[in-house]
Ligand binder design. Structure first.
Ligand code: DOR
Ligand code: ZN
Length: 437
């Protein structure tokens, strides 16, 4: 029996009929054979399993550089399996699982465990992120080389949830990352400026009596790290950019030749701190929701390429950690299944991005940043069939309880959003959507 035949529900050949690559031109058919795009055009193929696209937009499968899968340690909120399912339903074919698990992914054993679970589940390529410092404590560098050379082949390192705030530690991490040809992703937050912080430092926080999280806490670390990366000639990735000032710093650093890339979350592209007046902790997130002016600046920066990509910061939390008073609640919100729709709402409907642009920020750039050779590829004959089909005209109403994640903490609850992922293919296999009979 061949390897393909032994995998259930894996057709050797699959036909996507009437689809529009990048939303451009007249519908075409795309024939996928053995996980690779074999033909594009008017395909005649009898007796082949077929997905009817009805003119849907075909894009390269999305790549999320920033996902919290919570395994090991908090399987009551998410697992590699449930998170992979949410990712596939959201149109993703690869995700990067953050290291702030319990135990922390700061060694080869933990990263290999996460990697192996991802392979067993098989719905999305799960790439573990390794911690930069032992126990995320910011003091001693973790064994980056051992994790990079492990079976998990770690390519991205981050203490996300925490900032690598000691400049000497950060400098060393950048130097090692250069030697290993990997990338350090920084959660930029100067901790001395965010002690007790609960919300964006501004009018809203003042009115509600919440301790402020100043923009400068993010911007000062990003400026510092850009300079460290520039001098070390190392690559730096900035997680969840949330302020106008950070976008300005990135623009300056890129113009100076710094090898810096950056991501923005869907929630920072759509929501503002106006949300806080209800005191509903579903809106609590780190970095916090900012102002309307910040949202507009982030959208512009993403459209112009100052910010490279969208990453979800998918952060599932248990009911008891969200359904409580504001100050006791944990920061974070679900993102995998709503990301595409929020990007359509914030960027496509506003005319800031077309579908090629969506492919760039949700698939091509993140794949490049992480060095994934098989994702974010052009839709061309001979390329791997990591693909997503999106119905651009359909809308859906978000219900946290119906999402695939164990947790249900979505800030988009009850919102009607545009753009529905109808089918996701990982190496030609349907991982979400209707599996053809
Ligand atoms: O809101 C957040 N939640 N921001 C982070 O940096 C960490 C994340 C989490 O792990 O819940
Ligand atoms: Zn973070």
């Amino acid at each position: 029996m061949s390897a393909l035949a032994s995998e259930p529900r894996t057709p050797d050949t699959l036909l996507l009929r009437n689809v529009r690559p990048y939303g451009e031109g007249d519908p075409v058919d795309v024939l996928v054979r053995h996980g690779v795009i074999a033909e594009i055009g008017a395909v005649t193929a009898d007796g082949v399993e077929t997905v009817e696209g009805n003119g849907a937009v075909l894009l390269p499968g999305f790549v999320d550089l920033h996902t919290h899968l919570r395994e090991p340690g908090r399987e009551d909120t998410e697992t590699v399996e449930t998170g992979s399912r949410a990712a596939a339903l959201g149109g993703y074919t690869a995700v990067f699982a953050m290291a702030n698990t319990d135990p922390v992914a700061d060694n080869a054993v933990v990263v290999e465990h996460v990697w192996r679970r991802g392979r067993e589940v098989g719905l999305v390529d799960v790439h573990p992120v390794g911690a930069v410092t032992v126990g995320l404590k910011g003091e001693k560098l973790a064994e980056l080389g051992t994790m990079a050379k492990s079976a998990a082949n770690v390519r991205v390192f981050s203490d996300d949830g925490h900032c690598v705030h000691d400049p000497l530690v950060m400098r060393r991490a950048l130097e090692y990352s250069k030697a290993l040809d990997v990338v350090v992703a920084q959660h930029a937050e100067e901790p001395r400026l965010t002690v007790g912080a609960q919300a964006h430092e501004g009018e809203q926080a003042a009115r509600l009596g919440l301790q402020g999280w100043p923009a400068a806490a993010e911007e000062s670390i990003v400026a510092r790290d850009c300079l460290l990366a520039l001098h070390a000639e190392a690559r730096l990735h900035v997680c969840h950019v949330s302020t106008t000032g950070t976008a300005d710093v990135l623009k300056w650093a890129k113009a100076r030749g710094t090898k810096v890339s950056a991501e923005v979350t869907p929630h920072h592209l759509l929501l503002t701190d106006d949300r806080l007046s209800t005191y509903d902790p579903v809106n609590k997130v780190n970095p916090p929701l900012r102002t309307n002016a910040d949202v507009e600046a982030l959208r512009r920066a993403l459209a112009e390429g100052v910010i490279d990509c969208v990453a979800t910061d998918h952060a599932p939390h248990a009911v008891q950690d969200k359904d409580c008073e504001w100050s006791a609640a944990r920061p974070g919100m679900l993102g995998l299944q709503t990301a595409l729709s929020v990007v359509v709402e914030a960027m496509v409907r506003t005319g800031l991005l077309d579908w090629r642009g969506v492919a760039r920020v949700m698939s091509e750039r993140p794949a490049e940043i992480a060095g994934l050779p098989d994702h974010g590829r052009p839709i061309e004959v001979g390329e791997p069939a990591n693909l997503v089909l999106v119905d651009p005209d359909a809308t859906w109403t978000v219900r946290g309880a119906e999402l695939a994640s164990v947790a249900g903490n979505t800030p988009f609850e009850g919102m009607e959003l545009p753009g529905v992922v109808t089918t996701t293919l990982l190496r030609g296999r349907v991982t979400a959507g209707r599996i053809p009979a």
